[in-house]
Write a protein that binds this ligand. Structure first.
Ligand code: ADP
Length: 436
C-alpha cells in the first residue's frame, strides 16, 4: 500500500453509524438501501439480547428499534440500553408496524427518543432520521398520561418476568428429567456391559494361568502374548466402565461409602507403589513426607484410595521422565467455616509434581466431566505415559469422592509450560471425625 492510500484512509471522515434492530428481511433490505444511499453505515441485528451486545460494542450514532423482536422486545432493549452510561444519550427511535393506540407513548416511556410508524415513507425517512440525529426528542406532554403509561409499562415488565421465570422453571425441570434419564441409562448400560466383560475376563484369566500356553508376553503374536494383551485390555475396559459408572453415581448422589477409620499413610503408599509399578521406565522419583503420624479420617478406604490414585497417576502422567512427585501430609486445625466446610479439623494431603503445570483459567474446569486440556485429536490412552490421555473423568471422580467425604480438592499451579515445568500441586482436605 502506498503513502497516498494511507493518508487517504487516515483522513476519510467516519460515516455516521446506524444500528437497525429488526427481524423482518424485507424491512432490512429497504432501510439498508435508503440509508446507505444517504451515506450512512448501517449495522443490523435481529434479536433483543444480541442488540444490547452489539449496541454497546458498535457505539452507533443512532438506533432504529423494531418493537416486536425475539428475546427482549424493543421496549425492553431500549430500557436496558438507557441504563448503560454510554447509551444514555444515543437517539433510539422506535420503528414499528404496531398501530395500537398509545404505541408512541409506550416507546417514549421505555426510553425511545421518538417514533417512526411502519411502513416507512421512503421519501420522508431520511429527513426523519436526520432530525433525530440532530437531537430531536419527543415527549409525552401530559404528566398524568405519562404516569399511567409508566405504571402500565412496569406491570407489563413484571408480567413478562413472571412468565419467563415460569418458562425457565419448566425448562429446568425438563432438563433435570432428561439428565436423570441419561444417568439411569449410563448406570444400566454400564452394568450390562460389565456382566459379559466379567465373563470374558474370567475365561481370559483361566487361559492366562495355563502353564502349557506357549510363547512369552514379549513374543509378539504368541498365544501367551495374545492372552496377556486380552487380559490387559479387559482390565482397562473394566476401569473405563468403572469411571463412567462412578461419575454417574456421583452425579446422581448415589455414591455409597463404607465409612470407617482410615489411615491415609497406607493408602498413599499403596497408590505410589501402584503408579510406580505401572511406570517403571519413567524414572520418576516419588517422595512421601508427613503421612506416618497422621490421625485417621472417617472414610471409605477403597474410594479414598481411588481418589489418591487418580491424583498421583495424573502427577506421573503430566511430569516428564526423571521428574519428581512429592506427597506431603499434615494436620490442620481450622476455625469453623473458614474453608466453607462443616468440620474444623482436617487432614491435608498435597500432591506436588514437577510437571507441565495447569493454566490458571483451566484449574476449575479440569474437575469437570470429560474435560481434558490436551488436543483430543492427539489423544492416546495411557495410565502413566507422559501426557497419556484418559477420559477426562479422573479428577471428576476424585472430586466427587472427596466431597462425598465432606472434604475439598483443588489445584494450584503457575500455568502450563512444557519447557519451564512449573508443576502443579493438588490439595486434598479431608475432615477428621464423622462427617454429619
Ligand atoms: P484424565 O483421566 O483424562 O487424565 P483428569 O480428569 O484426570 O482426566 O484430568 C483432566 C485434565 O487435567 C487432564 O487432561 C490434564 O490436562 C489436566 N491435569 C490433571 N492433572 C494434572 C497435573 N498433575 N499436571 C498437569 N495437568 C494435569
Amino acid at each position: 500500500m502506498d503513502n497516498d492510500t494511507n493518508s487517504l484512509k487516515a483522513t476519510r471522515p467516519q460515516r455516521t453509524k446506524i444500528l437497525y434492530v429488526e427481524d423482518d428481511p424485507a424491512s432490512i433490505v429497504l432501510v439498508h438501501r435508503v440509508l446507505e444511499s444517504e451515506g450512512y453505515q448501517v449495522v443490523t441485528v435481529s434479536d433483543g439480547l444480541s442488540a444490547v451486545d452489539i449496541a454497546t460494542r458498535e457505539m452507533p450514532d443512532l438506533i432504529l428499534m423494531d418493537i416486536n423482536i425475539n428475546g427482549l422486545d424493543g421496549y425492553e432493549v431500549t430500557t436496558r440500553l438507557r441504563s448503560i452510561e454510554d447509551m444514555r444519550w444515543v437517539p433510539i427511535v422506535a420503528v414499528t408496524a404496531a398501530t395500537l393506540r398509545g404505541d408512541r407513548e409506550r416507546a417514549l416511556i421505555a426510553g425511545c427518543s421518538g417514533y417512526i410508524p411502519k411502513p416507512i415513507d421512503v421519501d420522508k425517512f431520511p429527513d426523519q432520521v436526520r432530525s433525530f440525529l440532530l437531537g430531536t426528542t419527543e415527549e409525552i406532554e401530559s404528566a398524568e398520561e405519562k404516569a399511567e403509561y409508566l405504571i402500565e409499562y412496569s406491570h407489563r415488565l413484571v408480567d413478562r418476568l413472571e412468565n419467563k421465570l415460569h418458562e425457565l422453571e419448566t425448562a429446568h425441570a425438563e432438563l433435570q428429567r432428561m439428565d436423570k434419564m441419561k444417568t439411569d441409562f449410563i448406570i444400566i448400560a454400564g452394568h450390562e456391559l460389565r456382566t459379559p466383560l466379567t465373563t470374558i475376563y474370567g475365561y481370559a484369566q483361566i487361559l492366562q494361568s495355563n502353564p502349557d500356553l506357549s510363547g512369552s508376553p514379549d513374543e509378539v503374536g504368541s498365544p501367551r502374548f495374545i492372552i496377556e494383551k486380552m487380559v490387559e485390555a479387559t482390565m482397562r475396559l473394566n476401569e473405563v466402565i468403572g469411571d463412567i459408572l462412578n461419575v454417574s453415581m456421583i452425579d446422581a448422589d448415589k455414591l455409597e461409602l463404607a465409612m470407617r477409620p482410615v489411615f491415609l499413610k497406607s493408602l498413599v503408599r499403596k497408590a505410589v507403589r501402584s503408579v510406580t509399578n505401572t511406570a517403571p521406565d519413567r524414572g520418576l522419583i516419588f517422595e512421601i513426607k508427613g503421612v506416618d503420624d497422621l490421625p485417621p479420617v472417617m472414610g471409605d478406604s477403597q474410594r479414598l484410595y481411588q481418589a489418591l490414585w487418580n491424583v498421583a497417576s495424573n502427577a506421573a502422567k503430566y511430569t516428564p521422565n526423571e521428574g519428581r512427585v512429592r506427597i506431603t501430609g499434615r494436620q490442620i486445625e481450622d476455625t469453623p467455616g473458614t474453608c466453607g466446610l462443616k468440620a474444623t479439623r482436617f487432614v491435608q494431603i498435597a500432591v506436588q509434581d514437577s510437571g507441565v503445570g495447569i493454566p490458571p483459567d483451566e484449574q476449575e474446569h479440569i474437575f469437570d466431566r470429560f474435560y481434558v486440556l490436551e488436543d483430543t485429536a492427539l489423544h492416546r490412552s495411557s495410565k502413566t505415559a507422559f501426557k497419556g490421555g484418559g477420559l477426562g473423568l479422573g479428577l471428576t471422580v476424585a472430586r466427587g469422592i472427596v466431597e462425598a467425604h465432606g472434604g475439598r480438592i483443588w489445584v494450584e499451579s503457575e500455568g502450563r509450560d512444557e519447557d519451564r515445568l512449573p508443576g502443579s500441586t493438588f490439595h486434598i482436605l479431608l475432615p477428621m471425625g464423622n462427617p454429619s
